[in-house]
Write a protein that binds this ligand. Structure first.
Ligand code: SAH
Ligand code: SF4
Ligand code: F3S
Length: 572
């Protein structure tokens, strides 16, 4: 473990060092974990789940770095392990429960090591059972309590930046008679984290930018509203200011984040400057959206941050995850009109059968979904569409599953993230029978993946013979097939929905094909296609023009034609 000496600056005149200056520990479990003034633990963050969790982990790492803790190379080397959990399916929680024994062994070998569990597995309603399910954990923090991490560990002492001592205390609220966490303090704690440079971004190429926390939808299978609380939008100007900062820091790609990123703004106060916004929702619960900022307005504002060449300073602007209720014409027009907004939309469909959609509480029909898609495909020709699908939800018949396969055949998604239904505690669907047997769920999942493999391959083949701008993310392998670097490198990020690397594409074969010193590189096109090609490792972080000469179902392969094009051009 790395021990860092803390250099104490002299106290201002009139003040004496007193134990009272250290805030009392709130949890009994951490009361013994008082800060040792002379040493700070090194930390390791294990992040599971979605991009929102990855962004939250960047804030937590930033807090710990700000108080003087150093990063540890692995969990085994760390004095402090932060586990940022996902609870969307049972498997995600089980993965962390399965590591409890290893963590307990590490703690026995190295007394003083502490484990903090944060993220969506920490739900207020189930707090009493957490210690039993996660016995190696010393401190549990709900997602909205994460800004208190350093404070709760007793690490935010008089030396810490002001914001760490003054975090807003999180509130708990009740949704449908159940206590859930609320994200009230998150917008302001993000603002202070940014002003104090306390967000440790895990990449220098691509930045996350949370714009709305929580979820107001009521999909019957989903735990997210119970873990993340109701929707809370960050102030419009704060987001634009953060985007400007990201632009100034040289990032090429910015991804706006929210569980329902396109319902951004409805909870903010109406303002005269947004009087031109009067969009009505075309499905779902009615909301008064008049004179409130929306995602379209944000896209336009960020797209118009221009450099000296008159082009958007951030050449690639993405947003995830969108909900079909809130895919307004205004948003579609903004996507079509903003040069920096990429030609990719992730729009979860969940099922292709109207009765299943209703049982899932999605409150739209297949025809509503396809109408929105037709509209966006007309406005942004060739846009890549990805989606999420759940198979084997309560009562799903074989015909209803076939309806989903038919919808996939008609819509032709570029990518599908599919999962078998997993009952989650406290969700409304627990009142329905989970009556699709596990082997049928598995069979349907495999059948769906086989259908999508064909469709994905056909979509990808359309790129053969075309040039695409690839933002190079990482070196995949050197000549003898050894992995040399993976970007982002720091946290052990595990995405439940991670795409498999395409087995058909022989990545190692690429190394060396573009001359001495070249390695296998991987990056993304604006359409979010994974592209493999060979080139100089110094190209990581640059946009490179690649001529596509091979397509597999999950990725493309090609050769660099012009290593350094000007950034931000739409693909032909
Ligand atoms: N806010 C996004 C998705 C968040 S969760 C949306 O509305 O689409 C990410 C995905 O996990 C969901 O799209 C859904 O396909 C899947 N998912 C959520 N709950 C699940 C459950 N109980 N079982 C299986 N998959 C689930
Ligand atoms: Fe879950 Fe539905 Fe909210 Fe998405 S919109 S996070 S699936 S409740
Ligand atoms: Fe994300 Fe998983 Fe939570 S998908 S919002 S980390 S339940």
């Amino acid at each position: 473990m790395t021990i860092r000496q803390r250099v104490l600056s002299p106290l201002p005149a009139g003040l004496t060092a007193s134990p009272q200056s250290i805030p009392p520990a709130i949890d009994a479990q951490v009361s013994e974990f008082r800060p040792d003034e002379h040493s700070l633990p090194s930390f390791f963050v294990w992040t599971l789940g979605c991009q929102m969790n990855q962004s939250d982990s960047e804030e937590m790492a930033g807090q710990l770095l700000a108080v003087g803790c150093a990063r540890a190379a692995s969990m085994e080397d760390a004095g402090l392990v932060i586990i940022n959990t996902c609870a969307v399916r049972e498997h995600a929680e089980a993965k962390v429960i399965g590591r409890q024994g290893v963590l307990a062994d590490l703690k026995r070998a190295r007394p003083g090591m502490r484990v903090v569990l944060t993220g969506c597995a920490v739900r207020e309603a189930e707090r009493p059972g957490l210690a039993r399910r996660f016995p190696a954990v010393d401190l549990f923090l709900r997602p909205d309590e994460e800004p208190e991490l350093a404070l709760r560990l007793g690490l935010a002492s008089a030396q810490a930046p002001v914001g760490l001592r003054n975090v807003a205390t999180a509130a708990t609220t009740v949704v449908a008679g159940r206590p859930v966490s609320a994200a009230d303090g998150l917008a302001s704690s993000r603002a202070s984290a940014l002003s104090e440079k306390r967000v440790a971004r895990s990449s220098t190429i691509s930045a996350w930018l949370p714009i709305v926390y929580g979820c107001d939808k009521t999909c019957t299978y989903c735990i997210v509203p119970f873990s993340r609380g109701p929707e809370r939008s960050r102030p419009f100007d704060d987001i634009v200011a953060e985007a400007r900062e990201v632009a100034g820091d040289g990032f090429t790609e910015l991804t706006l984040l929210g569980q329902n990123v396109n319902s951004y703004g409805h909870d903010l106060p109406a303002e005269q400057r947004f009087a031109h916004i009067a969009t009505e929702r075309s499905a779902g619960r009615r909301l008064d959206l008049k004179s409130r900022p929306d995602l379209a307005e944000l896209l336009v504002a960020i797209d118009s941050i221009h450099g000296a060449d008159g082009k958007p300073v951030i050449p690639r602007l993405r947003f995830i995850t969108s909900h079909p209720w809130d895919l307004s014409d205004r948003l579609i027009d903004a996507m079509a009109g903003c040069e920096s907004v990429v030609e990719h939309l992730h729009l979860p469909i969940q099922s292709g059968d109207d009765e299943m959609l209703q049982r899932m509480g999605r409150q739209y029909t297949l025809s509503h979904y396809t109408e929105r898609l037709a509209r966006i495909r007309q406005a942004v020709p060739g846009i890549a569409i990805s989606t999420d699908i759940i198979v084997g939800f309560c009562g799903e018949t074989d015909e209803q599953f076939q309806a989903t396969l038919r919808a996939m055949g008609e819509i032709r998604f570029d990518t599908v993230f599919a999962a078998a239904y997993s009952p989650r505690p406290g969700t409304p669907a627990l009142r329905l029978a989970d009556d699709v047997p596990p082997e049928i769920k598995r069979r349907r999942l495999n059948e769906l993946l086989a259908v999508q493999q064909e469709i994905g391959l056909e979509c990808n083949r359309e790129w053969i013979g075309r040039e695409v701008a690839v933002l190079v993310e990482r070196v995949t392998r050197v000549r003898r097939g050894t992995t040399v670097a993976v970007t982002p490198p720091s946290d052990d990020a595990v995405d439940a929905n991670a795409e498999p690397d395409d087995p058909i594409i022989g990545v190692p074969d690429l190394a060396g094909t573009a001359g001495e010193g070249s390695v296998a590189l991987a990056g993304r096109s604006r359409h979010n296609k994974l592209v493999h090609f060979a080139g100089d490792p110094a190209l990581v972080g640059r946009e490179v023009t690649v001529m596509i000469d091979y397509a597999g179902p999950f990725a493309l392969r090609g050769r660099a034609t012009n290593p350094l094009p000007s950034a931000g051009h739409r693909d032909a």
